[in-house]
Design a protein around this ligand. Sequence first.
Ligand code: HEM
Length: 264
Amino acid sequence: MRADALRAAADTIGEGVGGDLLGLIFTACHPVLSKDAQILQFGSLPPQFCRPPISSCVDRGEGTISELTARFQWRCPMSADEPQGYDYGAVTKSPVSWDDFQDLKRVLGFSDRDQQLLLRAGEMIGPRLEELLGHWLDQLGPWVHATFSGPDVERYSSTAGARFGRGMLDGFTRTYDQKWLDYQHEIGLRHSRTKKNRTDEVDSVPVVPFRHLVASIHVLSEIPDKLLDGVSSADAAGIRAAWSKSLLLQVALWSRSYVTADDW
Ligand code: HEM
């Protein structure tokens, strides 16, 4: 999707609206915005109804299109403290057995070298995590926004966003041991109907659609060159392959919360 599809959508409605503007329109539709900008939710109404809020934002001189887009990103506030609700090391044991976990790693070809490459990359990425999160959310923002709604949307998107960032960093900096396996199950539950919204005690969209978890792996696999500055091209390729395998491993583990045990 993204620019091409957004442009196609613009052509369909015959407005001649550019991909950037439509992207902003979709992002601006999320209830994370103030009430007057919150005219409709992403994807819930025909796009032509999006024109009044966005044109009024621009008309009111609130900023250029790119400034507004940046302001409307899902915020991932990172701080020295652990995010609220981040329960690494304090969750119940994963129902996935250690043998099944090792087997899954073998299917993916996730090796000790991959683990080492990720740990090494984590040292570089840690201090620049916000840049990496921004790179991903520039592209996935509308779909992520669509999973937040309700009266506590500001608080929810902020705390869940912080945990998202923390969890992404864990993917690089943690050793994939039993604690990691256990927390992967917890993260799967928190995306699924079983436990979404419960950590923050909010009344929001009930589930992150599983198809979006799978499809988002493509974008989340991207690590821009600037974040791997000074790494040889062979190692950079190794880091990217290891990260991509890690994301597949994570979502494969999370799928345990979306399908029956027998089918998993
Ligand atoms: C491979 C893809 C993804 C990864 C690795 C990922 C990672 C994470 C992590 C680590 C958390 C925090 C878990 C916690 O400690 O509470 C989280 C929370 C969340 N993510 Fe994702 N995420 C992915 C895809 C998505 C997508 C595509 C969406 C929406 C379209 C999404 C929506 C959410 C929401 C709503 C929460 C908060 C859930 C809650 O506690 O209520 N995620 N994600």
